[in-house]
Design a protein around this ligand. Structure first.
Ligand code: HEC
Ligand code: HEC
Ligand code: HEC
Ligand code: HEC
Ligand code: HEC
Length: 449
């Protein structure tokens, strides 16, 4: 199978020479301004890593990192946003998506912009955010828009150093080294904070939200990085802020030693629809488990026809929702039914075309064009008009006028629901209609009269 490619025990002088070469290699090409650039054959196919790291490969397969380039929701929304732009700054942003969604392509020369013929993407970059991208990261040049500085090897014949959490790993196939970066939220945060490429508007702020939260505690006992939730999750263990996050003992590779915790690579957030399109049912199930342990909902009548609904972010390590907070839909549905089960009052129920009514109570970001007008296209975002997402540990309260007083036998239900994309946007995309995407019940509460 895979043979050791390098002599590990070398005379000291040779070792020093190697060290110098490595130091030179580790200095990225043009680090001060431009991206690091490399040859495509320096990057190793995830399947090769999976020959030994089979469990980790199986977890990563079908994750949103594996699908980041192929994700049809991303591709079609990105192309929709790019259409008809004439402003140079807007075009710059609309072309920039591949920097995070196809990162190996960007550092190896193709694709480098969204308008490249993506059908020509070579197989390795098409596999999205992968093993031999994250595990050759050595530094971060800026904490937004993917500032990872890479030091890849020379392909399968000379795989180079793979950086990770262990300081005592001695694999045969590749060299290994401990990397503090890999144990820190920064390795995630550099892609999970997104600024408009030309206007600087904060488009995604997951890392900053986490950084300003109690999970970024100086006390090591209380400090929970991204990995502390997202790389502990496995089926049946959602590993959120409101559920236990037990260790996952095992070994990292076939025949490797037992370790107290092996970080899982499912990278599950809230997206259950896209993994399902790629038959990654396990990821969909885990996304639902995660969403069901993210928030609490509480209901009380404040007078004979007014209900007060309170939603608390109990489980997320950032705002709820996070990421593309302008697109994600987290909303409250309220239903009052009479003793025959007939609806007397309803809000937050999708209507025809599966679109939500305008007056739905929703937690989200709204971008503006710089003149106070709302825009749905992130390429046009010059300002944030409003942000009603719920920060870590915080609550949001809303009053609902039921327009009727509940009688004996009536039931009042409030549900917190999640959908990853507004149907209103999906309905505007050219080509076959996408959706309906799954609606997940995050939390529900009922009051009987
Ligand atoms: C998004 C970046 C990312 C991707 C993609 C990724 N990893 Fe990891 N991996 C990490 C991080 C971060 C850690 C360490 C987490 C920590 O220490 O907090 C890790 C840990 C590991 C470890 C140490 C054992 C363990 O799981 O704790 C191995 C081995 C590993 N990864 C292999 C792989 C392989 C093989 C793939 C592809 C199938 C892969 N990784 C894809 C980020 C990534
Ligand atoms: C021939 C088997 C084999 C192949 C192929 C392989 N690895 Fe490993 N890898 C191992 C072993 C064994 C370990 C050590 C595990 C341990 O000590 O617990 C390891 C450890 C690691 C670590 C942890 C390093 C540390 O110091 O924390 C990372 C990261 C890693 N591998 C990534 C990769 C990536 C990325 C690939 C594909 C480019 C890959 N591996 C291919 C066998 C392999
Ligand atoms: C305390 C546990 C916890 C920590 C720490 C945490 N998350 Fe999450 N994350 C969650 C939960 C729960 C959800 C599902 C609810 C939601 O969508 O916000 C989630 C969802 C997500 C999503 C999908 C968001 C959406 O609504 O589409 C992304 C992306 C994400 N997390 C990234 C990160 C990153 C990056 C970090 C570190 C900067 C991080 N998370 C830290 C618990 C955590
Ligand atoms: C190279 C950039 C990059 C790095 C590094 C990265 N991510 Fe991501 N991540 C993405 C992109 C892009 C997506 C969205 C793909 C899509 O939806 O098409 C994503 C998706 C996710 C999701 C799924 C979100 C959902 O809606 O379900 C989670 C969870 C997540 N990342 C967590 C992490 C964690 C934890 C780390 C650090 C260990 C990390 N990411 C590192 C770019 C990155
Ligand atoms: C700096 C890194 C970065 C850049 C650049 C970037 N994204 Fe993303 N994108 C992400 C991350 C991280 C997520 C996951 C967040 C979440 O789950 O909410 C994501 C998720 C998405 C999603 C949700 C996909 C789904 O399946 O629901 C869409 C749509 C999207 N991005 C569109 C774009 C477009 C269009 C561009 C270019 C104009 C772009 N992105 C540029 C990091 C990036």
């Amino acid at each position: 199978m895979y043979k050791k490619q390098r002599i590990r025990v070398a005379p000291i002088c040779c070792g020093l020479a190697c060290l110098c070469v490595l130091l030179v290699l580790a200095v990225p090409v043009g680090a001060s301004s431009k991206e690091n650039t490399f040859k495509l054959d320096q990057f190793i196919d995830p399947e090769t890593c999976g020959a030994c790291h089979d469990e980790i490969l199986a977890q990563w397969e079908g994750s949103m990192h594996h699908l980041s380039h192929k994700d049809p929701v991303y591709i079609r929304v990105a192309n929709f946003f790019r259409q008809g732009l004439t402003d140079a700054g807007q075009i710059e942003e609309a072309e920039s998506c591949v920097k995070c969604h196809t990162p190996v392509g960007v550092v190896t020369g193709f694709p480098t912009k969204l308008s490249d013929d993506l059908s020509q993407t070579p197989d390795i970059p098409a596999q999205g955010i992968q093993c031999d991208y994250c595990h050759v990261a050595v530094d971060v040049s800026r904490m937004y828009n993917n500032g990872l500085v890479l030091s890849p090897g020379q392909g399968e014949d000379d795989p180079g150093i793979k950086y990770g959490p262990f300081d005592d790993a001695e694999p045969d196939f590749h060299d290994a080294a401990f990397s503090k970066l890999h144990t820190d939220s920064q390795i995630c945060g550099t892609c999970h904070d997104v600024k408009h490429a030309a206007f600087g508007t904060d488009l995604e702020t997951t890392y900053t939200e986490w950084k300003n939260s109690p999970y970024n505690s100086p006390d090591p006992e209380k400090h929970v990085p991204c990995q502390g939730c997202h790389m502990y999750q496995r089926p049946g263990v959602p590993a959120t802020g409101s559920t236990p996050r037990p260790e996952n003992p095992g070994s990292a590779a076939a025949d490797a030693k037992l370790r107290p915790h092996i970080f899982t690579h499912n990278f599950v957030g809230a997206n259950s629809g896209v993994p399902e399109m790629f038959t990654a049912k396990d990821k969909s199930v885990m996304a639902v488990e995660r969403l069901k342990h993210a928030a609490d909902i509480f209901l009380v009548m404040t007078d004979d026809h007014t209900a007060r609904v309170v939603v608390t972010n109990t489980g997320a390590g950032h705002s709820l929702p996070t990421g593309v907070g302008d697109l994600r839909q987290v909303w409250i549905e309220v239903t009052l039914t009479d003793s025959d089960g007939k609806a007397i009052f309803q809000t937050g129920v999708p209507g025809k075309n599966n679109e939500l009514p305008e007056n739905t109570v929703m937690f989200k970001t709204i971008f503006g064009d710089g003149l106070g007008n709302p825009v749905i296209n992130m390429a046009k975002a010059k300002e944030i008009l409003s942000d009603t997402r719920i920060p870590v540990g915080k609550s949001a309260a809303h009053l609902f006028n039921l327009k009727a007083s509940p009688q004996k036998g009536y039931t009042l239900t409030a549900r917190l629901l999640y959908r990853s994309m507004p149907q209103k946007i999906l309905n505007q995309l050219s080509g076959p209609v996408l959706g309906p995407l799954p609606v997940v019940e995050m939390a529900a509460v009922q009051k009987m009269f």
